[in-house]
Design a protein around this ligand. Sequence first.
Ligand code: AMP
Length: 219
Amino acid sequence: MTTEPRFIVLVGPPGSGKGTQAARLREILHLPHVASGDLFRENLKNQTPLGLQAKAYMERGDLVPDDVTIAMVMERLRRPDCANGAILDGFPRTIAQAEALDEALAARGQRIAVVPYIAVPDEVLVERIGGRRLCRVCGRAYHIRFNPPRQPGICDVDGGELYQRDDDRPETVRQRLKVYWEQTSPLIDYYRRRGVLVEINGDQPIEAVTEELRAAITA
Ligand code: AMP
């Protein structure tokens, strides 16, 4: 495996499997998994000023403003474990965020290695999001049908309680998908023009998607 810094940006709609795949890739690539949604949820849980700022946007299924989001993720990327790369999941979600990331990496003499775009049809996303459950302790994602835990309601890894995200309710999901198509999908072209985009078929079993990703990332 190469020792060059590896920044991998996973792009895809909500429910495409970014979080699930990032957790698997972290084990394979030995890179930290930086998920902006997880960072926001942690701030919300701890009732930090940042969490309180983000709360209303998250509840509506809207994006948190760019300045707040960019500052939070950049702080995370400056930590030593990200010196050699990271798997970014859920960030960037706007062109302004993508430009901020490019600039921050360039200032470090680094750049994005590859941007896998996990493509999944909308109707599949709605079904996946409806059955999604997360561990309260480690944040690991399950699906009640497609990726169930060994014991219902309990995380396989740490025994934590599984819960459904508030923003996984159908009304909010529709808004999140709309926001994705309006504000985030332009990133597909942004990264395609830079020659780093690789399209991955996300409408396959979890292991098959991981294999496609692994091949794309290590190519
Ligand atoms: P996720 O877990 O990635 O689906 O993110 C959950 C929610 O956190 C989103 O619906 C947004 O409200 C907020 N969020 C996460 N990442 C970003 C981002 N890069 N930009 C703006 N808002 C974000």
